[in-house]
Structure formats: structure tokens, C-alpha cells
Design a protein around this ligand. Sequence first.
Ligand code: ADP
Ligand code: MG
Length: 682
Amino acid sequence: MSNLKQFPVTSIKGIGEETAQSLQQAGVHTVQDLLEYFPFRYEDYQLKDLAEVKHEEKATVEGKVHSQPSLAYYGKKRSRLTFRLLVGRYLITVICFNRPYYKTKLEMGQTVTVTGKWDQHRQAITVQELQFSPFKRNQEIDPIYSTKGDLTVKGLRRFVSLALKQYSEHIDDMIPPAIRMRYKLLERKEALKAIHLPQSHEQLKQARRRFVYEEFLLFQLKMQALRKMEREQAPGIEQRFDSGQLAAFIQTLPFPLTNAQKRVVTEIAKDMKSPYRMNRLLQGDVGSGKTVVAAIALYATVLAGYQGALMVPTEILAEQHVQSLQTMLEKVGVRVGLLTSSVKGKSRRELLEKVQAGDVHVVVGTHALIQDEVQFHKLGLVITDEQHRFGVEQRRVLREKGENPDVLFMTATPIPRTLAITVFGEMDVSIIDEMPAGRKVIETYWVKHDMLERILQFIDKELSHGRQAYVICPLIEESDKLDVQNAIDVHATLTQHYHGKWKIGLMHGRLSAEEKEAVMHQFSGNDVQVLVSTTVVEVGVNVPNATVMLIYDAERFGLSQLHQLRGRVGRGSEQSYCVLMADPKSENGKERMRIMTETNDGFVLSEKDLELRGPGDFFGRKQSGLPDFKVADMVHDYRALEVARDDAALLVNSESFWKEEQYALLRSYLEDTGALNGEKLD
Ligand code: ADP
Ligand code: MG
């Protein structure tokens, strides 16, 4: 196929400069572009049995005229013509607006084909198109293309047909026959014809199947090739640490590891000891205990004589991590430093010096960590927490701080399997799928906003027992003024409500780092009992004494985000509660609230989230890292995705793939896309 890239569209007979310019507006420059400019939907003129057509759905039927048409005018130009049509065993009414001339053309008993909207109650069709002839089979499904500028659908159909006619013998197939046969896939040439000019639904389905597999296979080949290259060309550090010493450290922890934690620690330790560079994604639900796993890995790198870095998305989280890491690591002689943008002046300079000299073993920080001024003495391990908030570029810069340090990405938002395969396809994955023993399940309730009074009473009761509560207000972007206002209002309301009884804190993204820290400090010290906040507390914050999470306008959050918020409570030994205040209007919104009350399993929720919101929204707007598939749909076609991933892995790791002629096109595809040079893929 690559050869068709060389031909500009003007090389197609019948396409001149002018057309070429129109096509350019749609990003179509070459013959290949044109052939891969797929229809985004199809107009379906296939004959349908009216019994199967739903109310208000469009249908094409063929029938015999069964009554004289009657014509009524209203106004000068407007008219309505109706007649009866016998369609199989149905006698229906056909209505045509503003086409009075049909009256003389229609004859009793004549066979006509009618396309229009079906009114099931009245058993009537309102005509969009009428042909005074039987149904023509060769135009059952018409492709509809998205158009730009002066392009028209009709024009595009013609251009594509011309291209197919002239070039169909030149269309190569990258997928070798053996694979095609295995899955009974159409050859590319046939599939292209079928996707542009389908003769039947079955053909269209087969064409689609072929392109779904092709898109997934090519994408996964890039991922798997990259992974192989990274392993072979950028050897990692063989970190030599004494497993006995590591085990002894694990003994000093205040609790035994869960089996899942033990398993992932083994996986990580093995990667670190190997000469390959670790490139691993650690997934675990909120509260599953990822921090301690990170601490163990960091200790391992220190034992091996290296430094570790932990990068997190917010300052609050950085501060908390420093605290918990210090508690665990300082007693074994590991020095942990904090580097955020609020560490300034002399203390910053001193810290940077110590990092450079290797006197600080582990540095925790926000993206400040990837600034040029930060030089490590000997960086062996980089961990990023809440991984998907960092861009690919930031991850790369951090990785390049050392000589191929091992990399561990942690995410607290369980990622649906299909997305994990796509977005993190080049990584190994470890999953903590078990909660520490003795955790109480958080009780979740969904209430309407008019229940606020009762909720506040309930919170009052919990506070009287010495507990604390979070109250979250929606916030889409951190700088969104309106939403901050929202938190400020709620804060004022609660301050008034609990006046003289409880102290209410306020937290949002517009506070300075010092202010945020002060508020968090008050809250974790129970000087403030209720913390009103935007979603800045979403990630990682740990105050075990808090037992109530109240979320305003909960329908505005995605399931994974709600689950994250809910994970802020249930961290201590007391029973905890999550109250979702929401009056969702859509069925989808109601469904999401119901699901929240039904499950505490982050993996289940993430799959649901993906199903309800689609892949684009799953990671949020800012940075999705999602590839753009033309035909394939990650959610619906996930079986194909898995198959393609396995095939791709087998291929790139087989010797024949790099030698045999049948894979030559796939190899040159990989070369063209830069995957073989380890270039960025997104
Ligand atoms: P997350 O995976 O959300 O980052 P954390 O690492 O913050 O979870 O752990 C949540 C809480 O569970 C912490 O208070 C931590 O000390 C505790 N914890 C972690 N592992 C265990 C374990 N194996 N047994 C008991 N408690 C644990
Ligand atoms: Mg965490």
C-alpha cells in the first residue's frame, strides 16, 4: 500500500488540479489518502420488512399503488399528496409533501420504491425519495463521507470510484496471507471496495472486520516493536541488592503485605535486578497499598547504591508521600527529600546539592523534579504516581535524568483492560487486586439535593463521635472561577450551619501552596472537622480519621473520579460513608449513581466508566494518549484488540518476522512510522 502514497490524487484520471485542491481541505493528498477516506456512515436503502422497522426509523419499501392518490393544497405552494401502498401483506399510507406532480404519474397497480420515515402508529411513510420503479438492488447501501469546503458526498463517491478503478491492482496487503486465512479476513483490495461500495451488510461487516484487525495489528506492532527496541537497545541497570536485606526491611513494616503486594514486589524486584530496563505499570485500586510497594522498590534501589525519584501530580500529595516514606525509610538510614515549587531559596539550593552529591537518596516531588537544575548523582529508579496525569513527554524527560533508570508507573485509577493494552501497550503490567485485610466496605448512598438538611445532621452525628468529613464540590478545571465560587459558597453555608460547633476548612486549586498546606495540616490534625474542597483532594490524600465523604453534584463526575474521591475515606478502622448528592437528568447519569452505590471495585467501575463515557472521556480532555482509530472501536472491538496484541507480540519476537518476505511490508511500515528507532509514538 505504501506505493500508493507516492501518487498524488491528480494522477487519477478524472481528477484535476481543482478537485485536488478541494480534496486537500479534507487532508486527502495522495491516492492512499483517498482510498482510506472511509465513509463515516451509510445510507441504507436495503428493503426492509416493515415488521422489523421501528417507529420513526427510516426505511425503504417496495409496493404496489393501491389507491388513487389524493392531493390537497394549503397555501399556494404547499401540498400534501397521499395514497395507499400494498407492501407485502401490509397496506400502508404514503404521504408526499410538496410534490403535486406525482399525482399524474402514479398509476394503480404500479410498483414503486419509497424511502422515508416510518410512522408505526399510523402505518404511514413520509416520503423522502420515491422511484417509479421496482427497487434497484445495486444501490442498496450508499456511503456517506464527511465533507469539508466545497466537497460533496456525491463528488467523493465518484473520486473514490475512480481511484478504485485505476489503482485496485496496485493495492498491496500488509497482512500476510497466512494471518488473513487464520481469521478469514478480506484481502485489502476487496475490503477497500467493500467499505466504499458495499453490496450487502455482510460485505460491509467483513470489510470492517478486516480494517479493525489491521488498525489494531499495526498499532500493536508499533507498541511491541518499541518495547523490544527499548529492551535491546537501551539496556537498563542491573541493580544488585541483597534480597535478604529487602525482606528484613519488609519485616519492619507495621503490617504484613497482602499476597498481591508480595507478588508485585517480586515482579518489580526481578525487573530491577535484570539487565533490562524496567518499564512497568502498577495498577491498584485506591487503598490497595501502592505506596508501600513504592517504598520497597525505592529501598531496593538505595540498597543497590542508587537514588530513587518519586514524581506525583500535586504538592499535597508530594508532602504526604514524603511523610509516609520518611516514616518507613528513615529508620533504615534512607534520606528522603521533598522538591516542589514551594521549596525555595537556600533550602532548595541545599537540597539540589545533596541530590547531586547523592546525600539524599530518595527525592519526592511534583513536575519540579524534571527541571534542568535537578541533577542526580546516580538515579536508578523513577516512580510516577497517578501516572496518567503526566504527559508522555514529561515521563520521557524524567526517565532521561539517569542512565536508563528503571521506571515504574503507578496509577490509582484502575484502567480498563482494553485501554491499558492500547495506551500502555509497550509496558509490563502489575496489578494489586486485593485489599488489605480488615477493611470495612464504604457504604455509599445516593440522595437528592433536597436531602441536604438530613445529611448535615448525619455529618453532625459522625463529628460528635470524633470523626471528620470531606465535602466536595465539582470542579472541572482547577482555574474554573465558577466552580471555586461553588466551594466558597458551600463553605460559607456550612460555616453558618455548624457555627460555634465545628470548624470548617476550605481548599481549592487557587490557594497558594502554603495556604493549602496549612489547611491540610489543620484537617489532618483535626483542628478543622469538615473540609470543603474541590477535587484537589482527589488524589492520594490520607486522613484516616475522616469517615464521611459528601459529594455535591455528583453526576458531574466520572465514575473513576467518584471512586477516587470515595477512596479518601475508609482509611481508618471506623465504618465510613460516601454520600452522592445528585439530581441527574439523563438515564446515563442515574445509571452512574446506581453503579456507585452497588460496587466498591475500582476495576469494575473503570470498565463501566469506559462503557458509559467512551474512551475519549476516560482520561479526561487534557491528555488522553489515545490513538485515533478510523474504523476500530476500542470498547466494542476489544476482543480483536487482544488478539491483535498477542499476534503483534508473537510477530516481533519471532525471527521470521525480521527476515521473511511475507512480512516485508509490515517491516517497512514499522520503519516508516519510526517505531524501529524508538521514536515517540504519539
Ligand atoms: P494507595 O494504593 O491508594 O496508594 P496506600 O498506599 O495509601 O494506598 O495505602 C492505603 C492504606 O493502607 C495506608 O494507610 C497503608 O498504610 C495501608 N496498608 C497498605 N498495605 C497494607 C497491608 N498490607 N496491610 C494493612 N494495611 C496496609
Ligand atoms: Mg496512593
